[in-house]
Ligand binder design. Structure first.
Ligand code: ADP
Ligand code: CIR
Length: 389
């Protein structure tokens, strides 16, 4: 290696040095001051975020002055500093942040994704045969609807905080153009947020199709600039395949339908992903799999969920949370993350997204939901027999 360097002509050396200099990003004193003040407040807070847990004083000290080509530690943690009630509290402002700030991201990834260590490598994508999954609730007693979504970033484009107005427009165009060339089941309409009637927006949100505006966690991460430029939703005519453009990630692909037919939902998602990836290159990391803005969405970046009513199990909050932990599931409210359950309708999904293939994640989710339905039935049976005594 050294020998090679000595042989490099002087001109190339100068070029390399210039390039190195131009890629270095100077950290401003006011950024360091904001970091120090925010970190001190976080330390003395009662925050339960993964950020607070894993940003130890030693790691803070070692990362405080590090930079990627365009971001600092403050860009990674400002959401968690502003929102002490964050669960995670960290975002990667660019793909490089996962490497430069690995001492913070790695333990958070391990903690959130149920033990994926920094020495572990995410397996290659493998969806298996999605048709093997049937209906989780054929008699429609428990599951109102089933949804699987996955997040993707477009290779060569910055993540949200580094995007220009033009990037947002380009990404939206690229997605729309690709979808309009896909097969019949994907034919549909694009609804840009720009100029969207409030009544239409409200209906799309209430029907669980569209993301909500004004997410304070994303806003604090500098992820809502130029809103609503480039933000849109595309859906097929049946509203069973949907694509979100430029919300938290460049792309969110969603397959959903009423009832519990996981096989149909997963198969459609796979066909949708295949159609999209034929035209759009996705950001993929050798060890971490698909890279996205939030470290909770790495690897497969898949979240499979059911909207389910299980009144017996849900009646005891502590027990309900223990069951979720046992099956590595996450419980959300009726309208998604950071919302409460309405009318007993919970969103239950896989928590872990990295370290397993897409097939293994959906298989684990399928087994867990089936067992939860059996547990609910058993609890119901107990009360019925008590009452009949
Ligand atoms: P994401 O799933 O993209 O991480 P959210 O938790 O904010 O984000 O959920 C987005 C929307 O998807 C919300 O309106 C939520 O109610 C809806 N949703 C999630 N799971 C289901 C499901 N199984 N059936 C219907 N809607 C769902
Ligand atoms: C938070 O930290 O609460 C938000 N930034 C959202 C984190 C992602 N949510 C999750 O648990 N999957």
């Amino acid at each position: 290696m050294l020998l090679l360097h000595f042989q490099t002509p002087r001109l190339n050396w100068l070029f390399l040095i210039k390039r190195y200099k131009s890629t270095k990003f100077e950290i401003k004193p006011e950024v360091l001051a904001t970091l120090d003040e925010g970190y001190a407040k976080l330390r003395s807070s009662n925050s339960n975020s993964l950020l607070k847990k894993h940003l130890t004083p030693e790691i803070f000290k070692s990362l405080r002055t590090k930079t990627t080509k365009s971001s600092t530690l403050l860009d990674c943690i400002q959401s968690g500093l502003a929102n002490h009630d964050s669960k995670c509290g960290v975002y990667a402002p660019d793909a490089e942040a996962y490497t430069i700030f690995a001492d913070l991201f790695d333990p958070i990834i391990q903690d959130y994704h149920c033990g994926f260590k920094k020495t572990d490598k995410h397996p290659y994508p493998n969806f298996g045969n999605p048709c093997v999954f049937g209906d989780l609730d054929p008699f429609k007693h428990y599951i109102a609807s089933t949804r699987i979504r996955c997040a993707r970033s477009i290779r060569g484009y910055p993540f949200n905080p580094g995007m220009t107005k033009k990037h947002y427009d380009d990404v939206e165009d690229m997605i729309h153009c690709t979808l309009s060339k896909m097969g019949d089941e994907f034919k549909g309409v694009l609804h840009p947020l720009f100029g969207m009637k409030k009544s239409i927006q409200r209906k799309l949100i209430n029907d669980h199709f569209l993301f909500k505006p004004g997410d304070r966690f994303l806003e604090a991460a500098n992820a809502c600039r130029y809103w609503p430029t480039g933000r849109s939703i595309y859906h097929n005519f049946d509203k069973t395949f949907l694509v979100w453009c430029n919300e938290e990630d460049h792309i969110r692909m969603i397959s959903m339908q009423r009832g519990g037919n996981l096989g149909e939902v997963f198969s459609r998602l796979l066909r949708g992903i295949r159609g999209m990836e034929a035209n759009i290159p996705f950001e993929y990391h050798d060890r971490l799999g698909y890279l996205n803005f939030c470290p909770t969405n790495l690897g497969t970046a898949i979240r499979a969920s059911v909207h389910i009513r299980i009144p017996k199990l849900a009646s005891d909050k502590t027990k309900f949370e223990q069951i979720a932990k046992k099956y590595k599931l996450q419980i959300r409210g009726t309208h998604g993350e950071h919302t409460d359950a309405e009318d007993g309708l919970y969103d239950i999904s896989n928590k872990r997204r990295i370290g397993l293939t897409e097939y293994q994640i959906v298989r684990g989710f399928c087994k867990a939901i089936s067992e939860i339905i059996q547990l609910e039935k058993a609890e119901k049976g107990k009360t019925t027999s008590k009452n009949s005594k």
